[in-house]
Unconditional design. Structure first.
Length: 715
């Protein structure tokens, strides 16, 4: 009997302790239909994208005459110039041939040239042995291979073209082959080719320049190099590429009228089908505000009409075949209206993301016809080179072979510095600079003031030490709900804290956590999980730029649509603020944010002016620091709008909030390390002036217990 009694006592206390240990602070789990949070942030951005795509499609469907299409092409060229950004002046190529290889039927010249001063493009020029006058030439753009132009599939295509009498200039894209930019201690690349593009490319976006600018300019200068060769017929220039090379060839051909014939392989689709399948891809495939400007991938084809163009596709490609068919159908209308329907071709094979025999022979035939170089299109067996055979540099890497070589990071660092200088000049010369920041923030983030009122659903209550924890679902700005916890003590004072924590609401509301301490100070605490955090983190797996666990491809979707994750969360903050105001017991509202969400809270405070004071814990000191730091943490991108450092920076938002009480606790740099005190004072000097010798602006650094400092400040 005693044993049985002990058993029940152990069971009782086990259940009691377990129930306390597993306090359920989730909201979404109860709501099965509303609980599908796998892609809330991405879905929200896509809903805007699909509206933009539909509006563009309705317009394009109305184009009928040749004049309609030529007028559209003028518009498209202006849009491309805006999206891609201005190119630098043409400087000497300083081309250098570093070696020659003779093979049966052709010669290879290994070389490099400078597309910009110090920005070396490694390449190989394949020349047919039998030259009969000037020959047609093709720029070959490589996809995302680690070894660049030396990859077996690319070699096979290149050598087949040269054996058929074409001069072929094959390029290493930046970040591939001999142009790797990020190395570990052993001299090996730390990134995949797509990450070599997206990691520095994201910094370029923050400076307001599409990284495609660098890739396109490499291609334009490659055409310049071909035209410097006496063997090349300038009237018969072609371009082709597969996968990422298909992207490059499409971009370059769209912006260089000297290219007569273009063949894009395993890339062309529509943004509609891309967003619905694998999602936005790496940085150079993203055009700044493309969908917001009514520019789709098909416009890369239509802008060239009626010049000869071949779409090389496969039915199981990672790029939707239906999207490719949609592009062909739409672009064909342009070619028909312009009187050259036979100049647009499409070949389709049943394969994956691959270069097939059928497609290679179709490509050979296309160039033989349109570059006026007739012959047999049959594919031939070729002897491949070893990677080292085709090195244009001594070590096989520009960075270790050539002095003072530029990278995407170093070029963008200089570009960003010029952009910041212009912004600083505007601050000095424009008396309305601070008052204009809210409008700039709305435009850059894509913020739209939410319609009110929003539905809220009470979802249960927990009790802990005399305090209540209420659960709510609050309707978001789209077709989703925001999970919210509201913590209250028995004696509400009317003082409310809106608490945003990058670790999620469950962490902030945990027993003994920051929320409990705020309760003890007489505050009611409201903690939402904003899109991308906590229960709304999601499990997005699309795209190829998930770096350090951060789904940068979602950020890219925001760039396409000009509807950023930051803008969406600022809308959500406004919704939660209004939820607080409508729920009673409201007197003053303090905003407290931890980590990356400090940038979101700052934007919300500037745009809507709802807060009586702000406390920012471990805030990023400046967006500029993300652009300046080669090894920055990608998590900061998700709370930043593209083009921001040319318009304002985080210290400018602080300055614009004068005279609001603001507390900055342990500001950090782009490495999430404590920011240097002297740097903090330098960066925030304008804010200090506006605040009158820092009277309402508290900056605390090197605080071992930031929460103790926070509670002291709140008192």
């Amino acid at each position: 009997m005693n044993d049985l009694r002990c058993f029940y006592l152990i069971l009782f206390f086990g259940i009691y302790l377990n129930s306390n240990a597993q306090e359920d602070l989730s909201v979404m789990d109860y709501w099965q239909f509303n609980g599908n949070t796998a892609n809330v942030l991405y879905d929200n951005i896509c809903s805007h994208a699909f509206t933009q795509i539909s509006e563009r499609q309705a317009y394009v469907n109305g184009l009928k005459s040749a004049r309609d299409w030529t007028d559209r092409q003028v518009t498209l060229r202006k849009i491309m110039e805006e999206m891609v950004g201005g190119f630098p002046p043409k400087t000497p190529l300083n081309a250098k041939i570093t070696g020659t290889i003779k093979r049966d039927g052709f010669t290879v010249e290994k070389l490099y040239f400078e597309s910009r001063p110090g920005f070396y493009v490694t390449a190989a020029l394949f020349l047919p042995a039998s030259k009969n006058g000037k020959l047609p030439a093709i720029v070959y753009c490589c996809g995302h291979s680690v070894n660049g132009l030396r990859q077996a599939g690319y070699q096979r295509s290149i050598m087949n073209l040269v054996k058929k009498g074409f001069i072929v200039l094959a390029l290493d894209p930046v970040g591939q082959g001999e142009r790797i930019q990020y190395f570990d201690a052993d001299g090996k690349s730390i990134f995949s080719p797509t990450h070599e593009h997206s990691y520095p490319g994201s910094q370029s976006f923050m400076a307001g320049l599409s990284p495609a600018n660098y890739f396109i300019w490499d291609g334009i200068r490659a055409v310049d190099y071909l035209l410097s060769r006496k063997e090349v017929d300038p009237a018969r220039i072609g371009i082709t590429g597969r996968s990422g090379g298909g992207t490059q060839s499409a971009l370059i051909a769209a912006m260089d009228d000297r290219i007569l014939a273009a063949a894009h392989e395993c890339y062309i689709t529509t943004f509609d089908k891309l967003l619905r399948s694998i999602g936005p891809q790496d940085a150079e495939q993203i055009f700044m505000y493309s969908l917001n400007k009514s520019f789709d991938i098909s416009d890369l084809i239509e802008i060239r009409a009626p010049k000869p163009l071949l779409m090389v596709t496969t039915t199981h490609d990672i790029f939707s075949i239906q999207g490719a068919r949609d592009v062909y159908g739409e672009a064909r209308n342009a070619y028909i209206a312009l009187g050259q329907p036979d100049n647009l071709l499409m070949v389709e094979d049943d394969a994956g993301h691959a270069n097939t025999l059928k497609n290679r022979e179709a490509l050979h035939a296309f160039f033989q016809k349109f570059l006026n170089n007739p012959g047999d299109p049959k594919d031939e067996e070729v002897e491949l080179f070893d990677d080292k055979d085709l090195w244009a540099t001594q070590t096989g890497q520009v960075m270790t072979s050539l002095k003072d070589a530029e990278t995407l990071f170093s070029l963008n660092e200089k570009y960003a510095a010029s952009v910041v200088a212009r912004r600083q000049a505007e601050k000095l010369n424009n008396p309305d600079y601070l008052s204009d920041i809210a409008k700039k923030a709305e435009l850059l983030t894509g913020y739209c003031k939410p319609d009110l009122p929003k539905e809220s659903i009470f979802s249960g209550r927990l009790w802990r030490d005399g305090s209540s924890i209420e659960k709510y679902l609050v309707k978001g700005a789209g077709n989703y709900y925001i999970p919210v916890l509201r913590l209250s003590s028995g004696n509400p004072s009317g003082k409310v804290v809106l608490l945003l924590d990058e670790k999620g609401k469950a962490s902030a509301a945990a027993n003994g956590g920051i929320a409990e301490k705020l309760l003890s100070k007489g505050y009611q605490v409201v903690i939402p999980d904003l899109s991308g955090f906590g229960e709304l983190t999601g499990t997005y797996k699309g795209g190829d730029a998930i770096i350090q666990g951060v789904p940068i491809n979602i950020w890219y979707a925001g760039i396409l649509t000009q509807k950023s994750p930051l803008g969406i969360r600022v809308e959500e903050i406004k919704i939660i603020v209004d939820f607080i105001k409508e729920s009673g017991a409201y007197g003053t509202l303090t905003g407290v944010a931890c980590g990356t969400l400090t940038s979101d809270l700052l934007h919300a405070a500037v745009i809507n002016r709802d807060f009586h004071r702000l406390a920012l814990i471990n805030p990023l000191l400046s967006y500029e620091s993300v652009v300046q730091e080669k090894n920055y943490l990608p998590k900061y991108l998700m709370s930043a709008p593209a083009g921001v450092i040319g318009q304002y920076d985080l210290p400018d938002l602080i300055t614009a909030l004068t005279p609001l009480n603001i507390c900055l606790l342990n500001p950090v740099n782009a490495l999430d390390q404590p920011a240097d005190s002297d740097l903090i004072e330098t960066i925030l000097k304008d804010a200090g002036k506006e605040y009158g010798n820092w009277s309402n602006l508290l900056i605390a650094t090197n605080e071992e217990d930031v929460y103790a400092k926070l509670y002291q400040w709140l008192e």
